[in-house]
Design a protein around this ligand. Structure first.
Ligand SMILES: [Zn+2]
Length: 285
């Protein structure tokens, strides 16, 4: 019986998504992207196609990905699906109701809907950075969530100053998480009203603070720190070493092993990374 129900759902989903994909989609092709959209949304789709190419250029240059850029051309262009509204997007993507956009790394597409500047200024470059980073670092194995989300937020150039300020405030009020906590917590399973105890980032490993955070505070802090940690590594040591470090983690190495491999003379332990990162946060203007 269950099998029949699943089959019915599967057939419904298949035909549901086919009817979307075959009927009203129009497209704009650029060098690295194909933007799919509905007739009424031509103007928005044009803005998306222009912004996507600009973001591609800046992110690829900053990450040092340029010489590999043929990967995204011709039949390997990234597809961007722009649904007419939030509901249509949710139906097609099967995401949670708070989701406004998503990227699929392996099949190289981005899905969202017509929703103005927040998409053009923030989410589009966030998702493009995810895709470029994963393409560059490779797909076998997993990278820690903080690394993946850190680099994607770092791609949102417009928000760098704001995020840097927010992290500094957290550091001053001694509310930053330790790196161990960032490696251990799966923020995707944290509920807003959970109360969570985590170790904080403070002076040294012997003088750890224990922080008591609400679920939503923990998630916000985690994301801000993810951004901050990636910014620190990129600014201080450059993109090339950062990619080497990321590939080590992807291959399942511990943070210490990855640090010693990528930054053999500069950072040899988690303690050193935390110390230098904390100092960097506090001394930034
Ligand atoms: Zn993301």
């Amino acid at each position: 019986m269950k099998i029949i129900i699943y089959l019915t759902i599967a057939i419904f989903l298949l035909f549901g998504s086919l009817s979307y994909s075959q009927s009203q989609w129009e497209q704009i092709r650029t060098e690295h992207f194909i933007v799919y959209f509905y007739t009424d949304n031509q103007e928005f789709a044009e803005s998306v196609s222009v912004a996507a190419e600009e973001y591609y250029d800046t992110v690829a240059v900053e990450l040092g990905y340029v010489r590999y850029s043929n990967f995204w051309k011709w039949d390997k262009r990234v597809k961007i699906y722009i649904y007419p509204d939030h509901n249509a997007y949710l139906l097609a993507s099967h995401q949670q109701s708070w989701s406004h956009g998503m990227a699929n790394y392996t099949q190289k597409y981005i899905m969202s809907y017509v929703w103005g500047h927040d998409f053009l200024d923030r989410l589009l470059v966030h998702e493009i950075t995810h895709l470029i980073f994963r393409d560059f670092v490779g797909f076998k194995g997993e990278v820690p969530l903080w690394l993946d989300e850190g680099i994607a937020q770092w791609g949102e150039k417009n928000a760098r100053v704001l995020r840097t300020d927010m992290v500094k405030k957290l550091a001053i009020s001694k509310r930053l998480l330790s790196l161990d906590a960032m490696m251990q917590i799966d923020v995707r399973s944290v509920q807003n009203d959970n109360k969570v105890k985590v170790t904080g980032l403070y002076e040294d490993r012997k003088n750890r603070l224990i922080l008591q955070l609400r679920g939503d505070e923990l998630v916000n802090t985690y994301y801000l720190q993810a951004f901050s940690l990636v910014s620190f590594l990129m600014n201080r040591f450059g993109a090339e070493d950062f990619i080497v470090f990321s590939r080590q983690l992807r291959d399942g190495k511990t943070i210490t092993e990855a640090l010693q491999f990528a930054y053999p003379t500069q950072i040899r332990s988690i303690d050193q990374l935390e110390g230098k990162w904390r100092e960097h946060i506090l001394t930034q203007d």
